[in-house]
Design a protein around this ligand. Structure first.
Ligand code: GLV
Length: 390
């Protein structure tokens, strides 16, 4: 019984986590108050105090989503967990699903729905493309989906898609309306109940400024009716809403039964981030993101850069996309900015790779002095990364 594999040398060195300006599409910098909440002593995931924290989180999410839905919880996992939870629970094999794709997130949902055995119909536009309600309704008439997916905050393209009227179209065609607000929640207005959104989710690590790893999601009665009357069990045990609704005290049963161990520290941090949003107020948070984004647009245009989304009313206030300037290699610019300014900005993602550079100023980071820092770094990269003409 002798150990033959020695302790790895890397484990005998201290953890390194540099301080960086996280001015990409997320995670964003986490304010000290949220970091401190996440550093509180661990309690058991089934202790009464933990259930109180979870109940507070549900209230915080209802405010952030503007919903009264009982079935409101946080996933133990990132935005993708919420995305999979929504699809796995509401769609059965062989059912038709319609997905609007104008960036990476629709692509992901289409693949997840395919993996669940759905017949997936893709409504595809170039990154940043916009879907009219008429186009959506025509596709719905043709494909008769049980679920329609649209991204509100398309972070890969920098587009904030309007959702007005789409929920009504979905009702008319007996289809559930699923909306992704991972990159937009807290930065741009969304009203789950008023806009007839059946399933809405977000992530913790963007404008909410909590660490990555938790993801609020809410289902209305229509969505609950569909997911709790299915013939087959959902693909995932961990994401099965029958169990999760009990774990989160949403199923009206007197006792919560062990399902999985939730990320206790992650829930503490999420509660704090929702508390900050409640104290600040949604309107103020939306106003601030819009104001700082407008300031950033002006600065970018003043240095000769072109914004990728021409219609400023459709720009995502949390993540701004810049068209790659002629005569530059975007990878080189981003590496320069990281090296000389300790600042993360990113390139495109999925179909927008090679088309854009992305600057995110979210929540705590959404301040004029941070916009100035980002502009200064970009200016410096423009000066130092120009390719010499061969
Ligand atoms: C990830 O969430 C991204 O938009 O890059």
């Amino acid at each position: 019984s002798t150990v033959t594999i020695p302790p790895p040398a890397c484990m005998l060195r201290p953890l390194e986590a540099p301080l960086r300006y996280l001015f990409g599409p997320g995670p964003s910098n986490v304010p000290p108050r949220i970091l401190a909440a996440g550093a509180k002593p661990i309690i058991g995931h089934m202790h009464s105090e933990m259930f109180e924290v979870m109940d507070d989180i549900k209230e915080g999410i209802r405010y952030a989503f503007q919903t009264q839905n009982n079935m409101t919880i946080s996933m133990s996992g990132s935005g993708h967990a919420a995305m999979e939870c929504a699809v796995f629970n509401t769609v059965e094999p062989g059912e038709s699903v319609l997905v609007a794709i104008n960036g990476i997130w629709g692509e992901r949902v289409a693949e997840i729905a395919e993996r669940s055995g759905a017949k997936v119909h893709r409504l595809v536009k170039a990154p940043g493309g916009y879907f009219s309600n008429k186009e959506i309704e025509q596709a719905m008439q043709k494909h008769k989906p049980v679920l329609f997916f649209l991204t509100h905050g398309e972070s890969s393209a920098g587009l904030c898609h309007l959702v007005d009227g789409i929920g009504d179209i979905c009702r008319k065609h007996n289809c559930l309306f699923l909306v992704d607000t991972v990159a937009s929640l807290g930065a741009a207005p969304i009203f789950m109940d008023k806009q007839n959104i059946d399933i809405l989710y977000t992530g913790s690590q963007k404008a909410l400024n909590a660490p990555p790893g938790t993801a609020p999601i809410s289902f209305n009665d229509r969505a609950c009716h569909k997911m709790f009357n299915r013939k087959t069990k959902p693909l995932s045990y961990l994401f099965d809403m029958t169990y999760l609704s009990n774990y989160w005290g949403c199923d009206g049963k007197p006792a919560r039964i062990y399902h999985h161990t939730g990320p206790v520290s992650g829930f503490f941090a999420l509660r704090e981030s929702l508390a900050i949003l409640a104290e600040k107020g949604l309107e103020e948070s939306w106003r601030k993101h819009k104001e700082i984004a407008a300031y950033l647009y002006k600065g970018l245009e003043d240095m000769g850069l072109k914004l990728f989304i021409p219609d400023r009313d459709l720009r995502l206030p949390s993540v701004t996309t810049i068209a790659i300037p002629d005569g530059y290699d975007w990878r080189e610019m981003l590496a320069y900015i990281m090296k000389h300014h300790q600042m993360e900005m990113t390139g495109g993602l999925g179909p927008s790779v090679g088309m854009v550079m992305r600057v995110g100023l979210m929540g705590y980071n959404c301040e004029k002095f941070n916009a100035d820092k980002a502009l200064h770094a970009l200016q410096d990269a423009l000066k130092n990364c120009k390719k010499s003409k061969a």
